[in-house]
Ligand binder design. Sequence first.
Ligand SMILES: [Zn+2]
Length: 283
Amino acid sequence: MVVTRFAPSPNGPLHLGHAWSAIVAHDLAAGQGGRMVLRIEDIDGDRSRPEMAVQFRADLKWLGLAWHETAPQSSRLASYRAAADSLLAMGLLYPCRCTRADIAAAATRSGPDGPVYPGTCKAQPPAGGEPVAWRLDVVAALARTGPLDWVDEMAGPQVARPDLAGDVVLVRKDPATPASYHLAATLDDAADGVTLVTRGADLFAATHVHRLLQALLGLPMPRWHHHALLVAEDGRKLAKRRGSAALADRRLAGEDGLALSSALRAGQLPGGITFAQSLDEAP
Ligand SMILES: [Zn+2]
């Protein structure tokens, strides 16, 4: 059975781009007799607002989507810790105390998420007792797994290149957010039985890292479907200040959610919004 998931963070309201993402996840599962899982990714500390998740469910219902809800990330911290412990026992994690500014100053190349961590703390472990983040030693990890590949339903077979992103953080400094997106999403998708990971094309590069984590942790490999993003006509991310109203506001204003779903499925986008395969992050 095909299992997809929609996994929003309750840090703010859902917008049109989220609606598109949820529709893609829902339709790819429903079209094959499968199901979409809703997972609330609520481990952003103070930024996570429980009332947002209530709104999300009302928004999805308004769009005419059905789902099976799974446990929120906040209830899964033990599984993140256990996975980090096992990677640590394999000798694949090292502590890092660098700030963003340290990394920007020391980086010699750029990756999918900006400056690539240059391995400062791998060469010289940080001293002292302050909290540290834990990074994955990607070269050592790849030496352990050997070459890996994965399949995107849109882009076809891919050779995994986790080295492009460098030694990513798996355990964050902030104790309220113990696992990074990479670790938490990979573990959760496996625990939720997700067979087809659907998400925006902006996360395509992250999949190289996730494939490596699956191999290291003995998790099953799903397929992926990275879908086109809804962006403003200048290529930038949709945001409220650029005219994309929250779904909840549209719903409460009496707009027809089913008509909105139908329009999105037909590729009919509101003026000023277009489909793109990547985001233009220029300020
Ligand atoms: Zn460091």
